[in-house]
Design a protein around this ligand. Structure first.
Ligand code: ATP
Length: 646
């Protein structure tokens, strides 16, 4: 497959194919078969869809708050387009539960009577073949018209539904438009069907743009399009102009290329520097670019990163500003993908194993999982298996009953397992757990039961277990130091937290932790270029913990507004010997090291005159643009609230 596959024409063909798929009888036949054979539904069932209780509904909407917020524009737009024709609009979560609903006054009663309302559950398992449920299973837009519904009760309604996916292809929910009366002719629904699919794509793009707020965002549109209809193909670029993420529709095509593009320049006749130059010189005007392989032209719109304003990664579109993971949001593709996968497991009972060097953030992740889950109001109980003597781990973990051993407290004492019941048990350094106790832990995990020391009856416990280790448990198994069956129970969901030196988002982490530490002292502090370089070059054996300590120290000893090398601990100062002073008369080398503060300062002093600012710092214009790109600096008129500019 050549790069030509990624043209909009190809995408349009694909959309048309999806359109044809919606009408494909095969999908409906499959769904009917599932309704009978898998879900064992009775087509004559008299009951309407299940409706969540008010409490369940509120809880669900809270959890999906950020998805709801981002999807709102698309839901409203679709509603405006179809309401006068008698359609209502539903947005559901990935399980088909209605989390947003737009009706129409005069038809409200009829909608409610048919199950179109907040909290209604439209999964295929419960309703059989239906728009929302079948779109979830088939993962494609679908039209289910009248008698195509499985339940006789639903055979008067028509439903056009389209799934919405997150940046990692995870299903976030379904957008659906339904009417309670419509012509029998299926083709009468083709316009509504297209509008639903189009608005679902719009929401998907908005989710992508939100998730990539920390990156430069590129949107490619065919000539003549404008920002009003937010379609197009999205790419996220890092500070070196490399493509770090592509939205789903584009990714499908990029994946088929024999050689995936590394930088934007591999794809288009423009590099990062020229995009920025254009944005600076022609504010508000999209840049015309050409695809190398096809020669096709696109309008390119560019949006600056907004690292400090980055909100919680959307992913599954979960809740509130602090959804547990907001403080850990990462532009490192590996970490970001782990967060998205972990979120999906947060409410399951699948144990999670976090692997990583000391200080890499394992406990911070465990706490985030707990705060993200529906167990967040219940206890989070941590036990460091390496920190307490082997002889005490057993009673610490499983508790003991009265008189269980000499020195035991009169009334006995619950263990961490009992204390964590209903919530999350975090077992740090699980590799240090003695073998005999591993057997007992296995029983807790397998049977949900714990036997306290000295007890005659086991107690039932309901736990989510998160474990962490810096060790290689597989090789411990090979050495007979760790039980193989326990490993298999724990490692179904293993996540590796990379050491800081390997993280692609190290600059953003430095910036965020510096901001936090400076804020603690009510100050704003920038980094000098030398400090930035030094922090980036250091190997960080103590990972994020060490980084935080270094910055805390530096902020404490710095009186001014900029951290210099002199403020760093000695271990970092000694990293590179200072360069010898230049010999008199020697050519002054080109600078390529100015930090963000210096660049911004020069821009402000020169009124954003690029050549003058570059001259002041002894740089060429292109080096200066490169640095602006790296630091995510956009001309002030374009920065705004981080929304797109061209
Ligand atoms: N992504 C992050 N952003 C900001 N701070 C972080 C991040 N990850 C970890 N930290 C901070 O780094 C410190 C160490 O983190 P944590 O205790 O979670 O590491 P750990 O991997 O569990 O370490 P250990 O293995 O030594 O127990 C904490 O102060 C934590 O708040």
């Amino acid at each position: 497959m050549s790069i030509a596959a990624m043209t909009l024409e190809a995408l349009s063909r694909e959309a048309a194919q999806e359109g044809a798929d919606a009408l494909s009888p095969t999908k409906l036949e499959d769904s009917w078969r599932r309704s009978v054979e898998q879900h064992r539904l009775d087509p004559g069932r008299p009951a309407r869809p299940r409706i969540l209780t008010a409490d369940e509904c509120r809880h669900l909407r809270e959890r999906e708050e950020s998805f709801l917020r981002i999807a709102q524009a698309g839901v409203n737009r679709l509603h405006e387009q179809v309401r006068d024709s008698g359609y209502c609009v539903l947005l559901t979560d990935a399980g088909g539960r209605t989390i947003d609903f737009r009706g129409q006054g005069s038809l409200e009663q009829e909608y409610r009577g048919r199950g179109f309302r907040l909290g209604a559950c439209w999964s295929e398992e419960e309703e059989g073949t239906c728009g929302v449920g079948t779109a979830i299973v088939e993962r494609t837009p679908i039209l289910v018209h009248k008698q195509e519904h499985f339940l006789a009760l639903n055979e008067r309604i028509t439903c056009s539904a389209a799934p919405i996916f997150g940046p990692d292809d995870e299903l976030l929910g379904v957008l659906n438009a339904s009417a309670v009366s419509s012509p029998d002719e299926r083709r009468s629904q083709s316009l509504v069907y297209r509008l639903v699919a189009q608005n679902a794509a719009l929401i998907e793009n908005a989710v992508f743009a939100e998730a990539c707020r920390g990156n430069w965002l590129v949107r490619l549109c065919p000539a003549g399009d404008d920002w009003g209809v937010d379609e197009g193909l999205y790419l996220a670029l890092d500070g070196d102009g490399r493509i770090v993420h592509a939205a789903r529709r584009l990714r499908r095509h990029l994946a088929r290329l024999s050689q995936p593009p590394g930088g934007i320049g591999d794809l288009l006749d423009a590099d990062a520097e020229s995009l920025l130059r254009h944005a600076h010189e022609h504010p508000g005007v999209p840049m015309q670019v050409r695809c190398h392989a096809t020669g096709g032209f696109f309008q390119l719109h560019l949006r600056a990163p907004s690292v400090t304003r980055a909100r919680a990664t959307v992913g599954r579109g979960r809740p509130r500003e602090d959804d547990g993971f907001s403080a850990l949001t990462s532009a490192d593709p590996g970490v970001a993908a782990s967060i998205e996968r972990i979120k999906r497991l947060a409410d399951s009972r699948v144990p999670i194993l976090l692997n990583g060097e000391t200080g890499a953030g394992k406990e911070a992740f465990a706490r985030a999982i707990h705060r993200y889950s529906k167990r967040r109001d219940k206890p989070f109980v941590a036990l460091n298996c390496a920190a307490i003597p082997e002889s005490l781990i057993e009673s610490e973990l499983f508790g003991y009953r009265e008189g269980a051993f000499t020195g035991a407290r009169n009334k006995g004492c619950p263990g961490k397992v009992q204390l964590a019941s209903g919530g999350t048990l975090f077992l740090d350094e699980i590799g240090d757990m003695p073998l005999a106790l591993q057997t007992r832990l296995l029983r807790v995990l397998a049977e949900g039961e714990v036997m306290a020391l000295g007890a005659s009856e086991p107690e039932r416990v309901d736990l989510h277990v998160v474990c962490a280790t810096h060790r290689n448990l597989e090789s411990m198994v090979a050495q007979g130091l760790f039980r193989e069956d326990l490993l298999y129970r724990l490692n179904a969901a293993t996540f590796r937290l990379p050491p800081l030196r390997e993280r692609a988002d190290i600059d953003a982490l430095i910036a965020r932790i510096l901001e936090e530490e400076a804020e603690q002292c009510g100050r704003r502090i920038a980094l000098s270029a030398e400090v930035e370089q030094r922090l980036r070059a250091y190997h960080w054996p103590g990972n994020v913990r060490e980084l935080r300590n270094v910055l805390r120290f530096a902020v404490a000893v710095c009186d001014g507004a900029t951290l210099t090398l002199a403020h760093l601990p000695e271990s970092l100062q000694a990293l590179h010997p200072a360069a010898p002073p230049p010999l008199p008369g020697a050519a002054v080398p080109q600078r390529d090291t100015a930090g963000k503060a210096e660049i911004l300062d020069a821009l402000q002093r020169t009124g954003w005159h690029i050549s003058a600012a570059a001259r002041q710092l002894g740089m060429s214009r292109s080096t200066f643009y490169r640095r602006m790109w790296r630091y995510g600096i956009a001309p002030p008129a374009e920065e705004g609230d981080g929304s797109a500019y061209s």
